[in-house]
Ligand binder design. Structure first.
Ligand code: CA
Ligand code: CA
Ligand code: CA
Length: 89
């Protein structure tokens, strides 16, 4: 994981990426409150203060969207936690 992405992903800045950060992403990025984060919501959320984060946000979104249906939902986060566990991060 590149450092820029890690810093971005560590939403609550506690030094590691975990379930709490994914929940924070959902809270912060679900702009229309439909319990799913679309790619445009995600991009807006991450690149608001830093336009050059768009590419990183895109890659991170693809990584988080485990079932590849174009939106982040609770099911994706569960799959992602499993992946994190497997990688031992
Ligand atoms: Ca964190
Ligand atoms: Ca949404
Ligand atoms: Ca999905």
């Amino acid at each position: 994981m590149v450092e820029g992405l890690f810093t971005t992903a560590d939403v609550n800045q506690d030094g590691h990426f975990g379930a709490d950060d994914v929940e924070a992403i959902f809270e912060q990025c679900d702009i229309n409150h439909d319990s799913a984060v679309s790619k445009s919501e995600f991009e807006r959320c991450f690149s608001e203060d830093a336009p050059d984060m768009m590419m990183v946000a895109d890659g991170f979104f693809l990584d988080l969207d485990m079932d590849k249906n174009g939106v982040l939902e609770q099911g994706d986060t569960q799959l992602y936690y499993d992946k994190i566990d497997q990688n031992g991060i």
